[in-house]
Design a protein. Structure first.
Length: 319
């Protein structure tokens, strides 16, 4: 499942306007089982003009490039306030070029913003978005993605950025698979970032297990704890870890459990070198790895790091 959001961008790449402060609050509510999950996003920004008076076209991408264009529902109740006043917004098609490489045109919400010489302006953006449009009935993991790199298009670094992602009440840090940028902290069911002099080179992305997939993983941990010399139990745990491999194909990140999955399958083969299901699983894993190399999702360095030093999750149920 993919949830997406974006940061404001200027229409002029040579803008004299600095983003002094940004705060993003994204709250997920509803039920996964009832397919009613939605996210409510409120984003606040403060800008400062460092030059003479300027009329600036400002934009908020309603879509991201590539696959993110397709893994989202339309934004609802989209609203912009400039200095506390509602502002008329129009939709246009523009390339998405936060990385410096323009893409095919995507939908943007844009509006005009006038700043006097050395003046400041506050902007608030709010919207709701359904998260269920492209979600399978029983997903193994969920992903939240928020485009930060458009913030690098303003003059200089972002002075201060605060991000709060409030996930459903069942979320705990044990459910977390991957989060970027670094420097976050977990408070209850929320992930929080506080960043200073921030020049975003990558977007925010968080992936985490669903309650059902975490329950399956717990059951596999328990089985290994009860029968550590059972190759079938070891392979079952490898297969549960492997459910989260999708991070490689969606976000270009090496999944947290890639290394543990391989380690458990290798343990199964050390126990029984002729365990056919483990041999078949390792063969399919090598095939997927080769595809990831061909498609550019993996390189030697990232794979070696994942398989050699991936953080092993705690074996909570071992005696």
């Amino acid at each position: 499942m993919y949830m997406s959001g974006k940061t404001l961008a200027p229409g002029d790449p040579e803008t004299p306007i600095v983003m002094e402060w940004e705060r993003v609050e994204a709250e997920v509510s509803g039920s996964l089982e009832a397919r009613s999950l939605e996210v409510k996003v409120t984003a606040s920004f403060r800008f400062r003009n460092t030059a003479a008076a300027v009329d600036q076209i400002t934009g908020f991408p309603a879509q991201g490039p590539g696959f993110f264009t397709f893994y989202r529902d339309d934004m609802k109740d989209f609203l912009v306030r400039v200095n506390g006043k509602a502002t008329q917004v129009r939709e246009v098609g523009l390339p998405f070029s936060s990385s410096g490489h323009p893409t095919e045109p995507v939908r943007w919400y844009v509006w005009d913003m006038a700043l006097g010489a050395q003046a400041t302006a506050s902007v608030e953006v709010g919207y709701r978005q359904s998260l269920m449009g492209f979600v399978p009935p029983d997903p193994d993991f969920l992903v939240f993605h928020y485009v930060l790199t458009t913030g690098a298009m303003w003059k200089g670094p972002i002075g201060r950025a605060e991000i709060a992602l409030k996930l459903p009440p069942w979320f705990t840090e044990d459910h977390l698979l991957m989060a970027q940028p670094r420097g976050y902290r977990v408070a209850g069911s929320a992930l929080l970032w506080e960043l200073s002099d921030f020049e975003p080179a990558a977007d925010m992305a968080v992936s985490f297990m669903t309650p059902r997939s975490y329950a399956r993983l717990e059951a596999a941990w328990r089985a290994v704890a009860a029968s550590p010399r059972d190759p079938a139990a070891r392979l079952r745990l490898a297969q549960e870890y492997d459910r989260f491999k999708g991070d490689v194909y969606t976000l270009g990140e090496v999944p947290r459990f890639l290394g543990p999955a391989v380690a458990e399958a290798e343990d199964a083969l050390r126990i029984d070198p002729r365990h056919v299901p483990a041999l078949l699983w390792m063969g399919s894993r090598y095939e997927r790895e080769a595809q990831a190399f061909r498609w550019g999702f993996l390189d030697n360095g990232s794979l070696e790091k994942a398989t050699a030093s991936a953080e092993l999750p705690p074996r909570k149920f071992e005696n």
